[in-house]
Design a protein. Structure first.
Length: 614
């Protein structure tokens, strides 16, 4: 009997979230477990088990389906079936053994009593997929701050002065006017020329406007009196930790005992993009393609470094996209020196991940050209020459030609404004499969160089056509829903919705792309001009298309998948291999698998909701 308990204890202590428990609690849980053997194709729960149970699979496999027979997932060895922790609420799920199965059965109530001192472990089972994923993202964001390179840098490198002040007797309105004129988000409040507190734009919103207070009241009525300060020689890391723990965004900085400057949390977080800024400056100073090629070779190293520092995938995407834009602009400038100035107003456009500011090192090209309707046939050769030079230059810098030929070198995507208007009108009015494919690419257009008004006018008219256009949005939704997330993991395989197992997960097409597609649809439905996925979801939150909680859940899923992709590619780059999006289950931890399942559930839920809507 003792040997059996030891074996059970050794098995469960490595399973998330049990690995967070102390050995004494693991020992107590082991005594609460009883073993159950269930033959193949038998339903759960077993007849000799009580209600509200956790089932830990020791050997064998379980499969669970909807009452309509749709496969929802599988459990394999070391998985925990939580379907029956509220047995009286299980009405739409059917679970049965797929093989002869050995189960460790643990009463959920007994588990909660034994693990009472570990509320985070209990909440793992009590919380929904969305709540677990949100908690993980909060932790990862904290880790990103802690692992920052700010450890060895003083606050003096980030603060900016001179310090702006307002007298405590001045009105709230006077303070707001001064902040607006200076372009500042905070002011130090003084009394007899001595610091008395601080007021921020958030204070004005929350303590004045939201409370309905008169703007004529003195600013001292809404200021924060117990103002925290830093010395300019303090570590930037300590400043960031203080601001994070106190939930404040501004800290006055002193020098020789006097307040002289201000530092914000944005100032500190932007530090991680400093290398990207340096590379961008190098690009601007480059004289030829050869120099640009050398500089572009730094991109993979930058991505690896930022990943190691714990930078978010969103931050990396924006940094890499900014560098790609800088490369493009410098190539255009060199081309203009070669071929002369443009014959008419024009713009170089980016589509795809670059337009969304979600690009990783050396992605493929997605670009186009729009020019004035006044361009005559004889002048079109200039645009062709520039397109060829820039696209060839980008390819030489590691950005491969688009496999689908969505590039400015393709005459179809190098057209006057009137033609682009016709393109979008046709795609919206006659949403054929090819039109929907083009829509998914070109609805993310941004201007990289040239006259932005050309494409801005096209975008404005597009959004007028798509906002509230239920027929087009229905077609676009159905097209987008073709990319479905997998059901989860089963042993060392990714379980696809059709029941076939694959050895790797395509993070881009099975995880990230479905969220990108959903965000695009919400943006088009609500007339939102933003192209970045997180910005689209944030702006759509609270509209008729997307609730605030659903937006937050999708953002969490998107950020978690982005982090996995970022770290996976960093490993590939360091190994001297080409970065890709194919993640093998064996290369991630058990806990990461569980959070991936949560992300998949979030995506599937939102796709199902969209399918129901249209």
């Amino acid at each position: 009997m003792e040997n059996e308990l030891t074996e059970i204890s050794a098995f469960i202590r490595d399973i998330p979230p049990f690995e967070q428990l102390s050995m004494s609690v693991i020992s107590q849980l082991t005594k609460e477990i009883h073993i159950c053997y269930v033959r193949k194709n038998q339903p759960l729960p077993p007849k000799d088990c009580g209600t509200e149970m956790l089932y830990i699979i020791r050997k064998g496999a379980l499969v669970y389906r909807s009452v309509e027979g749709e496969l929802l997932g599988k459990y394999g060895e070391a998985d925990i079936c939580t379907v029956f922790i509220c047995a009286n609420k299980v009405t739409d799920i059917e679970v049965q053994t797929e093989e002869d199965t050995l189960l460790y059965c643990l009463s959920y109530n007994a588990f909660k009593k034994v693990a009472a001192d570990f509320p985070k472990v209990i909440s793992y089972f009590a919380n929904s997929s969305e709540e677990r994923l949100n908690r993980q993202m909060l932790q990862l964001n904290e880790d990103a701050i802690i692992s920052s390179s700010l450890m060895n840098t003083s606050v003096s490198q980030f603060c900016h002065g001179p310090l702006a002040t307002v007298d405590s007797s001045n009105s709230i309105q006077e303070a707001a006017i001064k902040m607006t004129e200076l372009g500042f988000s905070c002011l130090v409040v003084t009394n007899n020329n001595k610091p008395a507190g601080i007021i921020t734009d958030k204070d004005i919103r929350r303590r004045c406007v939201a409370q309905g207070l008169p703007f004529t009241q003195p600013v001292s009525n809404i200021m924060t009196k117990d103002m925290l300060t830093l010395n300019e020689n303090d570590r930037a890391y300590d400043a960031l930790m203080l601001m994070t723990s106190k939930r404040i965004h501004h800290l006055p900085v002193s020098k020789n005992g006097k307040l002289t400057a201000m530092v914000t949390i944005t100032d500190l977080m932007n530090n991680e993009g400093q290398n990207a800024i340096n590379i961008t400056n190098m690009i601007r100073r480059a004289n030829n393609l050869g120099e640009l090629k050398v500089i572009s070779g730094l991109l993979p190293k930058l991505q690896v470094k930022m990943a190691k520092l714990g930078t978010t995938a969103d931050h990396i995407g924006k940094s890499i996209s900014a560098i790609t834009s800088a490369l493009t602009i410098r190539l255009i400038e060199i081309a203009e020196d070669m071929y002369g100035p443009a014959p008419a107003p024009w713009a170089w456009l980016a589509a795809g991940s670059q337009a969304r500011q979600e690009q990783f090192a050396h992605s493929d090209q997605d670009n186009a050209i729009i020019f004035s309707n006044d361009v005559i046939t004889e002048d079109r050769g200039w645009f062709k020459d520039v397109a060829t030079f820039v696209s060839d230059g980008l390819a030489a810098c590691g950005f491969i030609y688009c496999p689908g030929d969505i590039m400015a070198t393709n005459t179809k995507w190098c057209q006057p404004q009137s033609t682009w208007h016709k393109y979008f009108e046709q795609w919206v009015n006659k949403p054929s499969p090819q039109a929907l494919l083009n829509s998914s690419v070109f609805f993310d257009l941004i201007t990289i160089y040239g006259d932005d008004s050309l494409v801005a006018d096209v975008r404005e008219k597009l959004l007028q056509k798509t906002k509230g256009n239920s027929l087009f949005l229905a077609h676009l939704s159905r097209n987008a829903l073709m990319l479905r997330p997998p059901l989860g993991f089963f042993r060392d395989f990714v379980l696809t919705p059709n029941g076939k197992d694959k050895a790797t997960l395509d993070l881009k097409h099975n995880g990230i792309a479905p969220i990108v597609d959903l965000a695009r649809i919400y943006a088009l439905a609500e007339g939102i001009t933003a192209t970045n996925t997180i910005e689209r979801l944030s702006l759509a939150a609270g509209t008729r298309s997307l609730t605030k909680s659903s937006a937050a859940n999708l953002i969490d899923a998107y950020e978690f998948l982005g982090i996995l992709r970022m770290n996976h590619q960093a490993v590939k780059i360091q190994a001297g291999e080409a970065p890709d999006n194919f993640l093998a289950p064996k290369n991630i931890s058990k806990l990461e698998r569980e959070h991936l399942k949560d992300a998949f559930k979030v995506i599937k839920t939102m796709q199902d909701n969209r399918q129901t809507t249209y």
